[in-house]
Design a protein around this ligand. Structure first.
Ligand code: ZN
Ligand code: ZN
Length: 392
């Protein structure tokens, strides 16, 4: 068990999970546009003088002459997320930023890269100016244009993007981290499949030239990421398929550790779920519609009362077709359970909550199934607003 979840370990675990499940660059950019517009708006509202000075200093440090600028480019996005002062926003921006740079274009010319970095630099300057001015609308707008531009640049690019091994976060990784990373890259790339035996403890220690304690540290990290586990009966370290609930737990534990509040959660849920339902409305099939009806019937049958973290929200997220957004919404919904009022099942309060929750859910699904995505979005927004006062 990793006792103190650090950012790097959590970010790497989520990245490994999303790549393992074949997340596309398009999904990553779509999630970024959604998330970082919210973040930009929050940063404009919350930045203090010191943060503004630091953001301005960072923009001055960025110059398009840095040809290997992709990693450096993300520093400003990280700082803006920190300014937004929401641990979930920070975690998700970090995950998506590090995912974006997984796709590299070996064929890109120095000139094209220079042009892209110049455009980013100008966008960053305008963004920080809008944050300094506290202009939320302008901030959102500039962030959207900046990320759309980035996505377009990626789209227009000739040739398929290449997925590269992601680098572990933070300085020179320890030997155990290097072992975990190299095995994780093999698993994500499909070179090692679930059930495959990677090797026995003695073999791997010899192969990687590690101490026993470094080896065990590496195994702990792989187990935390749910990518591999030690099974002594079958000869050592075995690949496991990372399952969603394990990764959701890992991210949720990290955010609890970062003292995420109910307000932080609802602010992010609102932003991400409203976008997800718009996407879901565009691609809803007849099968999806009957599945949603099935969930509503289940709610009735089970005297359903999980007003805040309910299954319907997770299923709606999944229907967006965006695996990054879906995962983030799962994490937030799971954490919401920690804060939500949970009256005892025998009370009238319980019955009242169950009824109002179910009614709200029914209204959302009705609009969605009728093909009115905007009305569904509006109803979901009202439902989420009504949850705020139920949290403590
Ligand atoms: Zn940028
Ligand atoms: Zn609900």
């Amino acid at each position: 068990v990793v006792s103190e979840p650090d950012t790097g370990t959590t970010v790497n675990a989520v990245i490994a999970y999303l790549l393992f499940n074949g997340v596309s660059l398009g999904e990553v950019m779509e999630a970024r546009v959604t998330l970082e517009q919210i973040v930009a708006e929050l940063a404009a509202t919350r930045a203090d003088d010191l943060q503004i000075a630091l953001l301005r200093a960072q923009v001055e440090r960025e110059t398009p002459d840095q040809i290997d600028g992709t990693d450096r480019h993300h520093i400003l996005h990280t700082m803006i997320a920190q300014t937004a002062a929401n641990p979930a926003a920070e975690l998700f921006v970090e995950i998506l930023g590090r995912l974006t740079v997984q796709w590299v274009y070996p064929a890109v010319s120095k000139r094209r890269r220079y042009e892209a970095l110049s455009a980013s630099h100008a966008a960053h300057r305008a963004l920080v100016d809008a944050i300094a001015g506290g202009d939320q609308v302008r901030c959102q707008h500039i962030m959207r244009r900046h990320l759309d531009g980035m996505a377009r640049w990626i789209d227009e690019h000739p040739g398929e993007p290449q997925l590269t091994p992601w680098a572990p976060i933070g300085g020179v990784p320890k030997l155990g981290e290097q072992l975990a990373h190299s095995i994780a890259v093999d698993i994500v790339a499909g070179r090692k499949m679930p059930g495959n035996v990677i090797g026995s403890e003695a073999e791997l220690i010899e192969q990687y030239g590690l101490s026993r304690s470094a080896f065990r540290e590496g195994v702990r990290l792989l187990e935390f990421q749910r990518l591999a586990t030690m099974r002594h009966g079958v000869g050592g370290l075995v690949v496991t398929s990372p399952n969603v609930s394990a990764i959701v737990d890992a991210a949720a534990v990290y955010l609890e550790f970062r003292h995420i509040t109910a307000d932080d959660l609802m602010e992010m849920r609102r932003g991400l779920e409203l976008r997800a339902i718009e996407l879901a409305a565009r691609r809803l099939t007849a099968d999806d519609a009957s599945m949603l009806q099935g969930i509503l019937e289940e709610e009735l049958a089970t005297d359903y009362s999980a007003p805040a973290g309910g299954r319907l929200h997770q299923v709606l997220a999944g229907l967006s077709g965006n695996r990054a957004l879906t995962l983030f919404i799962h994490v937030l919904a799971r954490l919401t359970m920690n804060f939500a009022e949970q009256p005892s099942p025998t009370t009238s309060r319980f019955a009242e909550l169950a009824r109002s929750t179910h009614q709200a859910h029914q209204a959302i699904v009705d609009a969605l199934v009728a093909g009115d995505g905007q009305l569904a979005r509006r109803r979901l927004g009202k439902h989420l607003d009504a949850l705020g006062p139920l949290m403590h």
